[in-house]
Design a protein around this ligand. Structure first.
Ligand code: ATP
Length: 323
Protein backbone atom coordinates (compact mmCIF):
# COMPACT_ATOMS: atom_id res chain seq x y z
CA UNK A 1 0.00 0.00 0.00
CA UNK A 2 1.74 3.15 -1.18
CA UNK A 3 0.58 6.65 -1.91
CA UNK A 4 3.00 7.11 -4.81
CA UNK A 5 2.68 10.20 -7.03
CA UNK A 6 0.03 8.56 -9.22
CA UNK A 7 -1.64 6.69 -6.41
CA UNK A 8 -5.30 7.20 -5.67
CA UNK A 9 -4.38 7.48 -1.99
CA UNK A 10 -3.83 10.86 -0.34
CA UNK A 11 -2.41 9.23 2.76
CA UNK A 12 -1.06 5.79 3.48
CA UNK A 13 0.14 4.48 6.85
CA UNK A 14 1.55 0.97 6.95
CA UNK A 15 2.33 -0.75 10.24
CA UNK A 16 3.06 2.59 11.92
CA UNK A 17 4.24 2.49 15.52
CA UNK A 18 4.70 5.40 17.89
CA UNK A 19 5.37 5.35 21.62
CA UNK A 20 5.64 8.09 24.20
CA UNK A 21 8.03 6.57 26.72
CA UNK A 22 6.21 3.46 27.90
CA UNK A 23 2.85 4.37 26.31
CA UNK A 24 2.26 2.71 22.96
CA UNK A 25 0.09 5.22 21.15
CA UNK A 26 0.18 3.55 17.70
CA UNK A 27 0.75 -0.18 17.52
CA UNK A 28 0.96 -1.03 13.83
CA UNK A 29 -1.58 1.39 12.39
CA UNK A 30 -2.63 0.84 8.76
CA UNK A 31 -4.57 3.56 6.99
CA UNK A 32 -5.47 4.07 3.34
CA UNK A 33 -7.18 7.38 2.69
CA UNK A 34 -8.50 7.74 -0.89
CA UNK A 35 -7.81 11.04 -2.65
CA UNK A 36 -10.84 13.32 -2.67
CA UNK A 37 -12.52 11.54 0.22
CA UNK A 38 -13.86 12.98 3.43
CA UNK A 39 -12.43 10.43 5.80
CA UNK A 40 -13.55 10.04 9.42
CA UNK A 41 -11.17 8.92 12.13
CA UNK A 42 -13.11 7.60 15.08
CA UNK A 43 -12.00 6.04 18.33
CA UNK A 44 -12.15 6.30 22.11
CA UNK A 45 -10.07 8.76 24.13
CA UNK A 46 -6.42 7.78 23.80
CA UNK A 47 -6.99 5.66 20.66
CA UNK A 48 -4.24 7.52 18.80
CA UNK A 49 -6.13 9.95 16.55
CA UNK A 50 -4.17 13.07 17.52
CA UNK A 51 -0.91 11.13 17.31
CA UNK A 52 -1.90 10.03 13.79
CA UNK A 53 -2.62 13.64 12.80
CA UNK A 54 0.64 14.84 14.33
CA UNK A 55 2.60 12.30 12.27
CA UNK A 56 0.75 13.35 9.09
CA UNK A 57 1.71 16.99 9.68
CA UNK A 58 5.31 16.26 10.62
CA UNK A 59 4.90 17.43 14.23
CA UNK A 60 5.92 13.91 15.26
CA UNK A 61 7.91 11.18 13.52
CA UNK A 62 6.79 7.55 13.49
CA UNK A 63 9.09 5.14 15.35
CA UNK A 64 8.48 2.40 12.76
CA UNK A 65 6.44 1.75 9.64
CA UNK A 66 5.80 3.66 6.40
CA UNK A 67 4.06 7.00 6.13
CA UNK A 68 3.23 8.43 2.74
CA UNK A 69 1.62 11.88 2.49
CA UNK A 70 0.35 12.87 -0.97
CA UNK A 71 2.80 10.53 -2.61
CA UNK A 72 5.82 12.34 -1.17
CA UNK A 73 6.81 10.13 1.75
CA UNK A 74 6.55 11.36 5.34
CA UNK A 75 5.69 15.04 5.81
CA UNK A 76 8.45 17.29 4.60
CA UNK A 77 7.99 21.07 4.75
CA UNK A 78 9.73 21.59 1.39
CA UNK A 79 7.33 19.18 -0.36
CA UNK A 80 4.15 19.60 1.64
CA UNK A 81 3.97 23.19 2.88
CA UNK A 82 0.63 24.70 1.83
CA UNK A 83 -0.53 21.33 0.45
CA UNK A 84 -1.26 19.84 3.87
CA UNK A 85 -3.03 21.93 6.50
CA UNK A 86 -4.44 21.15 9.91
CA UNK A 87 -6.77 22.27 12.62
CA UNK A 88 -5.08 20.93 15.74
CA UNK A 89 -7.16 19.83 18.72
CA UNK A 90 -5.99 22.84 20.75
CA UNK A 91 -4.98 25.41 18.20
CA UNK A 92 -2.89 28.24 19.61
CA UNK A 93 -3.58 31.61 18.01
CA UNK A 94 -1.82 34.96 18.48
CA UNK A 95 -4.14 36.51 21.02
CA UNK A 96 -3.14 40.13 20.43
CA UNK A 97 -3.55 40.02 16.65
CA UNK A 98 -6.85 40.87 15.04
CA UNK A 99 -8.69 37.99 13.38
CA UNK A 100 -7.78 39.32 9.95
CA UNK A 101 -4.10 39.80 10.88
CA UNK A 102 -4.00 36.27 12.28
CA UNK A 103 -5.35 34.77 9.06
CA UNK A 104 -3.00 36.86 6.92
CA UNK A 105 -0.07 35.73 9.06
CA UNK A 106 -1.01 32.04 8.91
CA UNK A 107 -1.74 32.22 5.19
CA UNK A 108 1.67 33.76 4.52
CA UNK A 109 3.30 31.00 6.59
CA UNK A 110 1.53 28.50 4.35
CA UNK A 111 3.17 30.13 1.36
CA UNK A 112 0.29 32.22 -0.01
CA UNK A 113 1.69 35.20 -1.94
CA UNK A 114 1.37 38.83 -0.80
CA UNK A 115 -0.92 39.63 -3.76
CA UNK A 116 -3.39 36.85 -3.13
CA UNK A 117 -3.52 36.86 0.63
CA UNK A 118 -6.00 39.72 1.15
CA UNK A 119 -8.65 38.26 -1.13
CA UNK A 120 -8.07 34.81 0.25
CA UNK A 121 -8.55 35.98 3.83
CA UNK A 122 -11.82 37.72 2.91
CA UNK A 123 -13.05 34.47 1.34
CA UNK A 124 -12.24 32.57 4.53
CA UNK A 125 -13.81 35.19 6.82
CA UNK A 126 -17.00 34.77 4.82
CA UNK A 127 -16.76 31.00 4.96
CA UNK A 128 -16.50 30.84 8.75
CA UNK A 129 -18.94 33.71 9.28
CA UNK A 130 -16.48 36.03 11.02
CA UNK A 131 -16.49 39.06 8.72
CA UNK A 132 -18.03 41.24 11.39
CA UNK A 133 -15.32 40.25 13.91
CA UNK A 134 -12.36 40.59 11.51
CA UNK A 135 -11.03 43.73 13.24
CA UNK A 136 -11.40 42.36 16.76
CA UNK A 137 -8.48 40.95 18.68
CA UNK A 138 -8.34 37.18 18.88
CA UNK A 139 -8.41 37.31 22.68
CA UNK A 140 -11.90 38.85 22.61
CA UNK A 141 -13.45 35.90 20.72
CA UNK A 142 -15.62 33.20 22.26
CA UNK A 143 -14.42 29.58 22.25
CA UNK A 144 -16.60 28.72 19.25
CA UNK A 145 -15.37 31.74 17.30
CA UNK A 146 -11.75 30.77 17.99
CA UNK A 147 -12.57 27.33 16.65
CA UNK A 148 -13.95 28.93 13.49
CA UNK A 149 -10.74 30.94 13.00
CA UNK A 150 -8.87 27.62 13.33
CA UNK A 151 -11.12 25.95 10.77
CA UNK A 152 -10.76 28.93 8.44
CA UNK A 153 -6.96 28.88 8.52
CA UNK A 154 -7.00 25.19 7.57
CA UNK A 155 -8.82 26.08 4.33
CA UNK A 156 -6.63 29.04 3.36
CA UNK A 157 -5.12 28.58 -0.09
CA UNK A 158 -5.89 25.39 -1.94
CA UNK A 159 -4.67 22.55 0.32
CA UNK A 160 -4.83 19.01 -1.04
CA UNK A 161 -5.07 17.38 2.38
CA UNK A 162 -6.82 18.98 5.35
CA UNK A 163 -6.74 17.45 8.85
CA UNK A 164 -9.48 18.56 11.22
CA UNK A 165 -9.21 17.38 14.83
CA UNK A 166 -12.60 17.79 16.53
CA UNK A 167 -13.57 20.59 14.12
CA UNK A 168 -17.07 21.35 15.37
CA UNK A 169 -16.30 20.90 19.08
CA UNK A 170 -17.80 23.86 20.95
CA UNK A 171 -19.68 25.32 17.98
CA UNK A 172 -23.35 26.19 18.35
CA UNK A 173 -25.73 23.95 16.34
CA UNK A 174 -26.17 26.41 13.47
CA UNK A 175 -22.44 27.02 13.05
CA UNK A 176 -21.68 23.30 13.37
CA UNK A 177 -24.27 22.56 10.69
CA UNK A 178 -22.73 25.18 8.38
CA UNK A 179 -19.23 23.77 8.85
CA UNK A 180 -20.45 20.20 8.24
CA UNK A 181 -22.20 21.26 5.03
CA UNK A 182 -19.03 23.01 3.89
CA UNK A 183 -16.85 19.97 4.62
CA UNK A 184 -19.28 17.67 2.84
CA UNK A 185 -19.28 19.91 -0.21
CA UNK A 186 -15.50 19.50 -0.46
CA UNK A 187 -15.80 15.83 -1.45
CA UNK A 188 -13.94 15.20 -4.66
CA UNK A 189 -12.06 18.53 -4.59
CA UNK A 190 -9.58 17.78 -1.79
CA UNK A 191 -9.02 15.13 0.86
CA UNK A 192 -10.25 15.92 4.35
CA UNK A 193 -9.60 13.77 7.40
CA UNK A 194 -11.93 14.53 10.27
CA UNK A 195 -11.66 13.22 13.79
CA UNK A 196 -14.74 13.53 15.96
CA UNK A 197 -16.54 11.89 18.83
CA UNK A 198 -19.81 12.96 17.22
CA UNK A 199 -20.62 9.81 15.26
CA UNK A 200 -23.71 11.29 13.68
CA UNK A 201 -21.45 14.02 12.30
CA UNK A 202 -18.99 11.47 10.90
CA UNK A 203 -21.84 9.52 9.34
CA UNK A 204 -23.34 12.55 7.64
CA UNK A 205 -20.13 14.27 6.54
CA UNK A 206 -17.73 11.46 5.64
CA UNK A 207 -17.74 8.93 2.82
CA UNK A 208 -15.05 6.73 4.43
CA UNK A 209 -14.26 5.92 8.02
CA UNK A 210 -11.69 4.10 10.13
CA UNK A 211 -12.51 2.98 13.65
CA UNK A 212 -9.31 2.94 15.66
CA UNK A 213 -8.71 1.55 19.10
CA UNK A 214 -5.52 1.29 21.11
CA UNK A 215 -3.39 2.39 18.20
CA UNK A 216 -4.78 -0.03 15.62
CA UNK A 217 -7.48 0.09 12.98
CA UNK A 218 -10.37 -2.13 14.01
CA UNK A 219 -12.57 -1.53 10.99
CA UNK A 220 -12.24 0.70 7.92
CA UNK A 221 -13.85 1.31 4.56
CA UNK A 222 -16.65 3.23 2.86
CA UNK A 223 -19.25 4.31 5.44
CA UNK A 224 -21.89 2.24 3.63
CA UNK A 225 -19.78 -0.90 4.08
CA UNK A 226 -18.88 -0.24 7.72
CA UNK A 227 -22.49 0.47 8.66
CA UNK A 228 -23.79 -2.38 6.48
CA UNK A 229 -26.12 -0.08 4.53
CA UNK A 230 -26.03 -2.41 1.56
CA UNK A 231 -26.46 -5.61 3.50
CA UNK A 232 -28.92 -4.92 6.29
CA UNK A 233 -32.39 -3.39 6.73
CA UNK A 234 -34.23 -2.92 10.03
CA UNK A 235 -37.99 -2.62 10.12
CA UNK A 236 -39.67 -1.61 13.37
CA UNK A 237 -43.29 -2.62 13.84
CA UNK A 238 -45.95 -0.80 15.85
CA UNK A 239 -48.41 -2.76 18.03
CA UNK A 240 -50.27 -5.41 16.05
CA UNK A 241 -49.46 -8.58 14.11
CA UNK A 242 -45.87 -9.83 13.74
CA UNK A 243 -46.01 -11.92 10.54
CA UNK A 244 -42.59 -13.50 10.88
CA UNK A 245 -43.35 -16.67 8.93
CA UNK A 246 -44.81 -14.70 6.01
CA UNK A 247 -41.75 -12.40 5.90
CA UNK A 248 -39.35 -15.34 5.98
CA UNK A 249 -41.31 -17.03 3.20
CA UNK A 250 -41.06 -13.87 1.08
CA UNK A 251 -37.32 -13.58 1.66
CA UNK A 252 -36.04 -17.11 1.19
CA UNK A 253 -32.25 -17.21 1.28
CA UNK A 254 -31.99 -14.07 3.45
CA UNK A 255 -31.76 -13.95 7.24
CA UNK A 256 -34.72 -12.49 9.13
CA UNK A 257 -34.27 -11.91 12.87
CA UNK A 258 -36.92 -10.68 15.27
CA UNK A 259 -35.98 -8.63 18.34
CA UNK A 260 -39.20 -8.78 20.39
CA UNK A 261 -38.44 -6.08 23.02
CA UNK A 262 -37.40 -3.59 20.31
CA UNK A 263 -40.16 -4.90 17.95
CA UNK A 264 -37.57 -4.79 15.18
CA UNK A 265 -37.03 -7.16 12.26
CA UNK A 266 -33.46 -7.24 10.95
CA UNK A 267 -33.05 -8.47 7.37
CA UNK A 268 -29.56 -9.52 6.31
CA UNK A 269 -28.88 -10.15 2.64
CA UNK A 270 -26.27 -9.96 -0.11
CA UNK A 271 -26.87 -7.32 -2.75
CA UNK A 272 -26.93 -8.88 -6.22
CA UNK A 273 -27.36 -7.38 -9.68
CA UNK A 274 -31.10 -6.79 -10.06
CA UNK A 275 -31.72 -7.16 -6.31
CA UNK A 276 -30.54 -4.15 -4.36
CA UNK A 277 -31.35 -3.23 -0.75
CA UNK A 278 -34.38 -1.29 -2.05
CA UNK A 279 -35.76 -4.44 -3.69
CA UNK A 280 -35.32 -6.53 -0.53
CA UNK A 281 -36.99 -3.78 1.51
CA UNK A 282 -39.91 -3.74 -0.93
CA UNK A 283 -40.35 -7.53 -0.77
CA UNK A 284 -40.35 -7.46 3.04
CA UNK A 285 -42.75 -4.52 3.29
CA UNK A 286 -45.20 -6.09 0.84
CA UNK A 287 -45.26 -9.30 2.89
CA UNK A 288 -45.61 -7.43 6.18
CA UNK A 289 -48.40 -5.13 4.98
CA UNK A 290 -50.30 -7.98 3.30
CA UNK A 291 -50.31 -9.76 6.67
CA UNK A 292 -51.60 -6.69 8.51
CA UNK A 293 -48.39 -5.48 10.18
CA UNK A 294 -48.11 -1.78 11.05
CA UNK A 295 -44.74 -0.24 10.12
CA UNK A 296 -43.16 2.32 12.49
CA UNK A 297 -39.85 2.85 10.73
CA UNK A 298 -37.43 1.44 8.17
CA UNK A 299 -33.65 1.95 8.46
CA UNK A 300 -30.69 0.81 6.34
CA UNK A 301 -27.69 -0.75 8.11
CA UNK A 302 -26.54 -0.11 11.64
CA UNK A 303 -25.65 3.32 12.88
CA UNK A 304 -21.97 4.09 13.15
CA UNK A 305 -22.61 4.44 16.86
CA UNK A 306 -23.66 0.79 17.07
CA UNK A 307 -20.53 -0.30 15.18
CA UNK A 308 -18.46 1.84 17.53
CA UNK A 309 -20.09 0.39 20.64
CA UNK A 310 -19.22 -3.10 19.40
CA UNK A 311 -15.51 -2.25 19.73
CA UNK A 312 -14.02 -3.73 22.91
CA UNK A 313 -13.18 -1.01 25.45
CA UNK A 314 -9.79 -0.71 27.15
CA UNK A 315 -6.60 1.25 27.75
CA UNK A 316 -3.47 0.86 25.58
CA UNK A 317 -1.12 -1.61 27.21
CA UNK A 318 2.19 -0.16 28.52
CA UNK A 319 5.47 -1.29 26.99
CA UNK A 320 7.03 -4.29 28.72
CA UNK A 321 9.88 -3.40 31.15
CA UNK A 322 13.20 -2.67 29.48
CA UNK A 323 11.71 -1.63 26.10
P1 ATP B 1 -8.66 11.86 22.46
O1 ATP B 1 -9.89 11.33 21.81
O2 ATP B 1 -8.75 11.79 23.95
O3 ATP B 1 -8.23 13.20 21.95
P2 ATP B 1 -6.66 10.48 20.81
O4 ATP B 1 -7.30 9.35 20.08
O5 ATP B 1 -6.42 11.72 20.05
O6 ATP B 1 -7.46 10.79 22.15
P3 ATP B 1 -3.83 10.52 21.42
O7 ATP B 1 -3.85 11.92 21.93
O8 ATP B 1 -3.17 10.28 20.11
O9 ATP B 1 -5.30 9.89 21.39
O10 ATP B 1 -3.13 9.61 22.54
C1 ATP B 1 -2.79 8.24 22.32
C2 ATP B 1 -2.05 7.74 23.56
O11 ATP B 1 -0.80 8.41 23.67
C3 ATP B 1 -2.78 8.01 24.89
O12 ATP B 1 -2.56 6.91 25.75
C4 ATP B 1 -2.10 9.26 25.42
O13 ATP B 1 -2.12 9.29 26.84
C5 ATP B 1 -0.69 9.09 24.90
N1 ATP B 1 -0.05 10.40 24.64
C6 ATP B 1 -0.43 11.32 23.75
N2 ATP B 1 0.41 12.39 23.75
C7 ATP B 1 1.34 12.11 24.70
C8 ATP B 1 2.49 12.81 25.17
N3 ATP B 1 2.84 14.01 24.67
N4 ATP B 1 3.21 12.23 26.15
C9 ATP B 1 2.87 11.03 26.66
N5 ATP B 1 1.80 10.30 26.23
C10 ATP B 1 1.04 10.84 25.26
Amino acid sequence: MSAGPDSDLALAFRAVRKSYGRIRALQGLDLAVPRGSVFGLVGPNGAGKTTTFSICCGWLRADEGDVDVLGGGPFDAARHRGRVTALPQDSALGRDMTVREQLVYLGRLQGIGAREIRGEVERILELVDLKDRARDRVRTLSHGMLRRVGIGQAFLGDPELVLLDEATNGLDPRQAHGIREFIRAQRGTRTIIVSSHNLHEIETVCDHVALIDRGRVVMAGPISTVTGRDAEVRITLADGPVPLAETRAALTGDTVEWDAPARTLTLRFQEKPGRAAEDVTGEALRALLAAGARISSVARGQSLERRYLEMPAGEPPPLPPGV
